[in-house]
Design a protein around this ligand. Structure first.
Ligand SMILES: Nc1ncnc2c1ncn2[C@@H]1O[C@H](COP(=O)(O)OP(=O)(O)OP(=O)(O)O)[C@@H](O)[C@H]1O
Ligand SMILES: [Mg+2]
Length: 347
């Protein structure tokens, strides 16, 4: 971690700008925002029509003068101005007034592991536009590990898998730092995309964007495991005729389609373990992998990882908010700094 806990303790607000959801923690008030990172704009007037949950419901259902924008993509802010407007509305007038009163507003934000300076700049600019005078960036992996209560500071290895919408990040941590880590550009979005592509190619069926999740759940029953129902009926639109149509889909085939993006995640985990010093890998046999992030809820993903790695795998409690709550815990001073007293040199 490049910023110290001391600096973080001086921050007033913690922000996690994710590709799918934006979360804000305010010191003294807790988690105040947890909404989709979406804004709907009237393209004729430029006015903001809706943000968050309501804007997400509009996706794919708008007349052409309304544009639904996602200012955060691939885990980085791609449209700073829109991200600022979205955040302003998500925070609301009351909270903003409260934050404006601080003479020197300091903010902390999560940043994906290994994010490039340009992406970091965009996050900082977004928060500076909201009135922050200083912005501290913390690696998502560390924030999430703290948030799910892993003993990050201890000299034993802990392994965390952050399954987001745009990326999956995996790391082995020890003594409060990242030992080895990998960021894989595959997340919940890629998994949804795999289902949509499968139905399009195999059944010439277009699926409304918002029914992918229910489909995943219905299809799998018990998740990616083979015990779910053998087939299920789904409704969509025929690719060629444009008419409504239903098809019976074999769950095994969809499961197979889902495995393709997940192979990249398994490869990433393998690479992290191979790069990790053997003593730490030995620690992991007991501790195993902790999964956080929204996609950790994908039914059966934990079992798939358990089978592939042979290690214990657990899903953190409320996995989606771990990163921002971890950052919040650091702001509140609930995390004790690791005190490594230098040994007195023998004369
Ligand atoms: N019950 C569920 N089953 C399957 N997938 C889920 C479930 N709940 C959430 N997701 C997926 O989790 C993802 C959102 O996770 P999260 O909120 O951690 O993303 P994010 O932090 O915004 O993204 P990123 O960290 O990649 O920028 C979405 O892709 C969503 O499809
Ligand atoms: Mg995230």
């Amino acid at each position: 971690m490049t910023v110290s806990l001391e600096q973080l303790r001086r921050c007033h607000v913690a922000v996690d700008l994710g590709a799918a959801r934006t979360r804000v923690f305010v010191k003294g008030a807790g988690l105040v925002v947890d909404e989709p990172s979406v804004a709907a704009v009237n393209t004729r007037t430029g006015a903001l029509i809706a943000v968050g949950e309501f804007a997400e419901k509009m996706t794919g259902r708008t007349p052409d003068y309304i544009r639904v924008a996602r200012p955060v993509s691939g885990g980085t802010v791609v449209d700073v101005e829109m991200a600022q407007r979205m955040l302003r509305h998500l925070l609301g007038e009351k909270l903003r007034r409260q934050l404006r009163r601080k003479p020197l507003l300091r903010a902390a934000a999560t940043t994906p592991h290994d994010s490039d300076p340009l992406a970091q700049r965009a996050t900082i600019e977004t928060l500076v536009g909201l009135g922050a005078r200083r912005v501290e960036l913390v690696d998502t992996l560390i924030a999430a590990a703290v948030g799910c209560g892993l003993p990050v500071e201890e000299p034993t290895a802990t392994m965390i898998l952050v399954c987001g919408a745009a990326t999956t990040q995996v790391a082995v941590l020890s003594l409060g730092s990242i030992v080895t880590a990998e960021r894989i550009p595959v997340g919940g979005n890629a998994i949804d995309h795999a289902v949509i592509q499968y139905l399009r190619h195999q059944h010439e069926l277009m699926l409304p964007s918002q029914s992918v999740r229910p489909l995943q759940l219905a299809l799998h029953g018990t998740g990616l495991t083979p015990d779910g129902p053998a087939s299920t009926e789904i409704h969509g639109r025929d690719v060629a005729t444009g008419l409504a149509r239903s098809v019976v889909v074999e769950t095994a085939a969809v499961r197979q389609a889902l495995h393709t993006p997940l192979t990249a995640v398994l490869d990433g985990i393998g690479k992290v373990l191979r790069d990790c010093p053997p003593d730490l890998v030995a620690d992991l046999v007991d501790g195993g992998i902790t999964m956080v992030g929204g996609s950790a809820r994908l039914p059966g993903l934990d079992e798939l990882l358990r089978d592939a790695t042979g290690m214990p795998v657990r899903i953190a409690e409320s996995p989606d908010t771990c990163a921002v709550l971890g950052l919040g815990a650091m702001l509140d001073g609930r995390i004790q700094p690791l005190t490594l007293n230098p040994l007195a040199e023998a004369e």
